[in-house]
Structure formats: C-alpha cells, structure tokens
Design a protein around this ligand. Structure first.
Ligand code: ADP
Ligand code: ADP
Length: 228
C-alpha cells in the first residue's frame, strides 16, 4: 500500500528532513509514526499526500509513484485517501451533516446515495444526534470525529492522520484511536502520526520511529489487522 525506497527530502533552506528512509506498509496494517518534534514526521506525511516531492528516492502510495505523478492527477489521487489533520479543518459555516456531505458532493455520488451514506457514517462515529450542530457548538473530540467521518465517507483504502489527537483531551484521544482501530478491523489501512507515547502504548499496533530524518525503530508487522 505504501513503499518508500531510499527517500530523502532536503528543503530549499538546506534542512535535511528525511535521510534515506525505506519502509513498507501493507494493505490492512495500522501503523503509528512516532518521533520527536522536528524528526520528519510531517514531511513524511506531506510526501505521501504529494504536498511535497522527494529530493531522491521513490514514494509509492496505492500503486502510484506519487513523486512523479502528473499535476492534473493529484486531486484525483488525493480523493482516494482519507486525511485527518490535527486542526480538524472543518468548514465553520457548515453544519456537521454538510461538512461530511461536502466531501461527497465534490465527487459524482448521487444525492440519493449521499442521503444514505452521510447518516450511516455519522452513526458510525457516534454523532447521529449532532447532524444539525455547527462545528463551534460541539467539543474538540466531536469535531475530530466529524473530520474522521469526512475522511471515511468516500470509502478510502488508506487513512492518513497527522497528529489527529494533538488538540483533544487524553480520554477523547483514546476514543479516536479506538475508532480508527475499529475502522482498521474492517480493512482500511491506517497511518497515524503522533508524539503521544502513552497513547501509542495503549494499543497493539506497529510503531515506526523516526528521529532526525532517519528510521530508528520499527516494531514490524504486529497487531495489524491485515485482511489477507
Ligand atoms: P515533525 O513533523 O516530526 O515535527 P517536520 O517534518 O515538520 O518534523 O520537520 C523535519 C525537519 O524539517 C525540521 O528540521 C524542520 O524544521 C524542517 N522543515 C519542515 N518543514 C520545512 C519547510 N517547509 N522548509 C524548511 N524546513 C522545513
Ligand atoms: P508540525 O507540528 O505539524 O510538525 P511544524 O510546527 O513543524 O508542524 O510546522 C508548521 C509549518 O511550518 C509547516 O507547514 C512546515 O512546513 C513549516 N516549517 C516547519 N519548520 C520549518 C522551517 N525550519 N523552515 C520553514 N518552514 C518550516
């Protein structure tokens, strides 16, 4: 599902953010990417999303060589991924229902399917009663569940979550990872960046540690629920 081969990323400023990283993530795995601030975690995420290109090496996501992808193919590629950010990135002027439906309206899903799919997904993340609420009227944990619902609604094969629990309380953080774990059990590959070691320790997922741009530890393909 994800394959990095000798990937390095040097920013124009000269910072070597990733230094010869190779890694392999199979379909169906749940992987935590951990490391100190400045380790290169966000850079790795930006390479997977094609927000950046590698200085050298090859990045394959879902069978696509994302570093060499044509510009016009990028929006389509990104729609095959579910992405969750630390700051939720909800549309403040839209209610919960519309924030989730919006992601589907951008595709050619019929209105009939949208009316079935959105309540189903809101129910899945435990927000069935909040459809008419505006983002500012719900808690941080609930806002992140809306963001998760939005990431899930297109049925992605892969969810990329960059510090999704960075702005929410520890108990709610646990719930978010539990929810991601449930989603993983039905076959979705999950890659989650976090620096919260206590949270990571509560789950039996693969852990890849990056420090100073290098891969320094990998617990291997344990605990993942790979649907093979
Ligand atoms: P992390 O997400 O683990 O905190 P980052 O990937 O954000 O790490 O950063 C890795 C290194 O690259 C750091 O030294 C950081 O300062 C540097 N860096 C990140 N983004 C940029 C950028 N846009 N331009 C220059 N240097 C950057
Ligand atoms: P995160 O906590 O997600 O790693 P950072 O605080 O490292 O985010 O970075 C926030 C933003 O600043 C990012 O868009 C990153 O590209 C940029 N950035 C980080 N470090 C540098 C740097 N040394 N020079 C230029 N831009 C940077």
């Amino acid at each position: 599902m994800i394959k990095l081969t000798n990937v390095s990323k040097r920013y124009p400023s000269g910072n070597l953010a990733l230094d010869n990283v190779s890694l392999d993530i199979d379909k169906g795995e749940f992987v935590f990417i951990v490391g100190s601030s400045g380790a290169g975690k966000s850079t790795l995420m930006r390479l997977l999303l094609r927000e950046e290109t590698p200085t050298s090496g090859r990045v394959i996501v879902n069978g696509r060589n994302v570093g060499e992808m044509k510009r016009r193919d990028i929006p389509y590629f990104r729609r095959t991924l579910g992405v969750v950010f630390q700051d939720f990135r909800l549309i403040p002027t839209m209610n919960v229902y519309d924030n989730v439906a919006f992601a589907l309206r951008a595709t050619n899903v019929s209105n009939k399917d949208i009316r079935q799919r959105v309540p189903y997904i809101l129910n899945l993340v435990g927000l069935q009663g909040k459809a008419r609420s505006m983002p500012e009227q719900i808690s941080g944990g609930e806002q992140q569940r809306v963001a998760l619902a939005r990431a899930l609604v297109n049925n992605p094969d892969l969810i990329l979550a960059d510090e999704p629990t960075g702005n929410i309380d520890p108990e709610l953080s646990y719930e978010i990872v539990e929810l991601l774990t449930e989603i993983n059990k039905v076959g979705t590959t999950i890659v989650m960046v976090t620096h919260e070691h206590e949270l990571v320790a509560q789950f039996d997922h693969r852990i890849i540690q990056i420090e100073k741009g290098r891969l320094v530890a990998d617990t291997g393909k344990i605990g993942g629920h790979n649907g093979r």
